[in-house]
Design a binder for this molecule. Structure first.
Ligand code: COA
Length: 243
């Protein structure tokens, strides 16, 4: 698998994904950090990543820096390269993109919980969210499909908050995998309520275990499959489908 760094093709023998990466490597990253830890992690970031992080409030800047550095550390580890040299950039809608053919990354955060993933041969999307307290008004919110609203009504009231938030993370994971982020079409994505593994618009979506108080999902699609759900064999030899 050829590797491109900074738009140029790296010499043969550059970082290659290990075979076990066919299943995604997913990690929870604690985003709380003291000043020393934060400075250490910020040194791993590219100037544009530091500038992006610093656009937020102090706590957002810290969480962004810790998340991005965590992603660099994970990818550096699996590709056996120093984290600061990982060829990571941001795509047009802010999606993290790795310039290593056939290898994809994803990340998300809620409060001080970060979630990062890397895989070979799969396009990824990931989302972690703090469980939103339940209110019956949620049943009327336009991001739920009629079938999801119906399924939530049948659930034990005590289980609805986590189930609704999980449904949200499934949809957001798929939309982040596609790269568009949240769109008006959220209700059209049937993500279901319940079951550990679901197919959403052609994406395989799994629950991811995270600390109590939050839920998370990862969405996966084989490289070479159109992110919008239509098989496009001609893309299969080119790694990511870019938009
Ligand atoms: C993507 C999106 C759903 C993220 O929402 P969120 O719940 O605040 O963020 P999460 O914690 O789940 O994930 C954040 C990380 O996802 C990544 N990300 C950002 N945009 C992304 C996208 N379009 N697709 C996939 N991943 C994305 C980034 O690494 C981001 O980290 P950062 O906040 O530290 O920069 C939201 O930003 C969105 O809808 N964006 C699309 C709209 C758009 O085009 N905005 C212009 C940005 S240039």
């Amino acid at each position: 698998m050829p590797v491109t760094v900074g738009g140029r093709r790296a010499p043969a023998g550059g970082p290659r994904p290990p075979a076990h990466l066919r299943s995604p490597e997913v990690r929870v990253v604690p985003l709380a950090a003291d000043d020393r830890a934060l400075e250490r992690e910020r040194l791993l970031l590219a100037p544009a990543e530091r500038a992006h992080a610093d656009r937020g409030t102090t706590s957002v800047a810290r969480r962004r820096a810790m998340l991005r550095a965590g992603l660099r550390r994970l990818v550096g580890e699996v590709l056996a390269v120093p984290p600061a040299t990982v060829p990571l950039r941001s795509g047009s809608h802010g999606r993290p993109e790795l310039d290593v053919d056939g290898v994809d990354v994803a990340c998300s955060r809620t409060g001080d919980v970060g979630l990062i993933a890397v895989a070979a041969g799969l396009r990824l999307g990931i989302d972690v969210e703090a469980i939103t307290p339940w209110h019956d008004d949620v049943l009327d919110e336009d991001w739920l499909s009629p079938a999801e609203q119906h399924a939530l009504r049948w659930l034990d009231p005590g289980a609805r908050a986590a189930a609704a938030t999980r449904c949200w993370t499934r949809k957001e994971a798929v939309l982040k995998g596609i790269g568009t982020g949240m769109t008006d079409a959220v209700a059209d994505l049937e993500a279901g309520i319940g079951e550990d593994v679901v197919l959403v618009a052609g994406w395989r979506v799994h629950d991811v275990p995270v600390p109590p108080g939050a839920v998370a999902s990862i969405a996966m699609l084989p490289v070479g499959t159109d992110p919008f759900g239509t098989p496009t064999p001609e893309r299969s030899s080119h790694g990511h489908a870019h938009h």
